[in-house]
Design a protein around this ligand. Structure first.
Ligand code: ADP
Ligand code: MG
Length: 235
């Protein structure tokens, strides 16, 4: 789905991403994991077309030349939903459809049912919803234009454990049912194991190891891999 060749990003003298090359396979879930500041969000923002990197980024087999077109095939979800506070949930969800002149009222109902959002919740403002409900709205909004890819930046991090576990199940189910390609960012190893077909562990803007969790355990590419796994296990 994506092919990245020597993708790097700098902000002034800060190197957010060192040259990274990777493939994102269609229909699979890739999880980017690593400590805070390791470049996970930057890499996801590159895939969302929100940050222009050095290097070559291909989407669907061809280098991206027209982000306008590609962006419609990508759903982007951030922590706590990233909703506009002055619009109701429904207005947030329908924003892009309105912009494009699409009548997607029926699709809202379908996706609301899939994410267990109730009618009265759709007509509330973000501040009148719980964290879990806001995140559901963010997910519905991202799915409205039926994207090929879902990019999720710590979608569950702002939630309490019970809500988080429930929404994790639902999200995995949605990704599977709708057969989406997904790239999910997290700093939680348990979340990474739960969602991933493949894991990419990052540190300092670079990829430390790529593979399955079993690979990380059996064949750590660097002492940091073991250190990261052990630190999480302790909790
Ligand atoms: P992560 O998501 O893994 O926590 P980020 O990708 O957000 O990491 O950040 C990687 C590095 O790039 C950090 O050092 C961060 O401070 C820096 N960074 C990210 N975005 C910006 C920005 N817009 N301006 C300057 N520095 C940034
Ligand atoms: Mg981040």
């Amino acid at each position: 789905m994506y092919s990245l060749q020597n993708i790097s990003v700098s902000y002034g003298t800060t190197i957010a991403l060192r040259p990274v090359s990777m493939e994102v396979e269609p229909g699979k879930t890739l999880v980017l994991i690593g400590p805070s500041g390791s470049g996970k969000s930057t890499l996801l923002r590159v895939m969302a077309g929100l940050v222009t990197p050095e290097g070559v980024l291909a989407f669907g087999g061809a280098p991206v030349t027209d982000w306008q077109r590609v962006r419609r095939r990508i759903g982007y979800v951030i922590q706590d939903g990233g909703l506009f506070p002055h619009l109701t949930a429904r207005e947030n969800i329908l924003l892009m459809s309105r912009e494009l002149g699409l009548d997607n009222a029926a699709r809202v109902e379908e996706l609301a049912a899939l994410t267990h959002l109730q009618q009265d919740q759709l007509d509330r403002y973000p501040a009148e919803l719980s964290g879990g409900q806001r995140q559901r709205v963010g997910i519905v909004r991202a799915l409205m234009l039926d994207p090929d890819v879902l990019l999720l930046d710590e979608p569950l991090s702002a939630l309490d454990p019970v809500i988080r576990a429930g929404l994790a199940d639902e999200l995995k189910n949605i990704i599977g049912t709708l057969k989406k390609t997904a790239v999910l960012v997290t700093h939680s190893l348990s979340e990474a194991r739960f969602f991933s077909d493949r894991l990419v562990l990052m540190r300092g803007g670079a990829v430390v190891q790529e593979g399955s969790y079993a690979d990380f355990e059996a064949r750590p590419a660097d002492p940091f891999v073991t250190e990261f796994i052990d630190a999480e296990r302790k909790l």
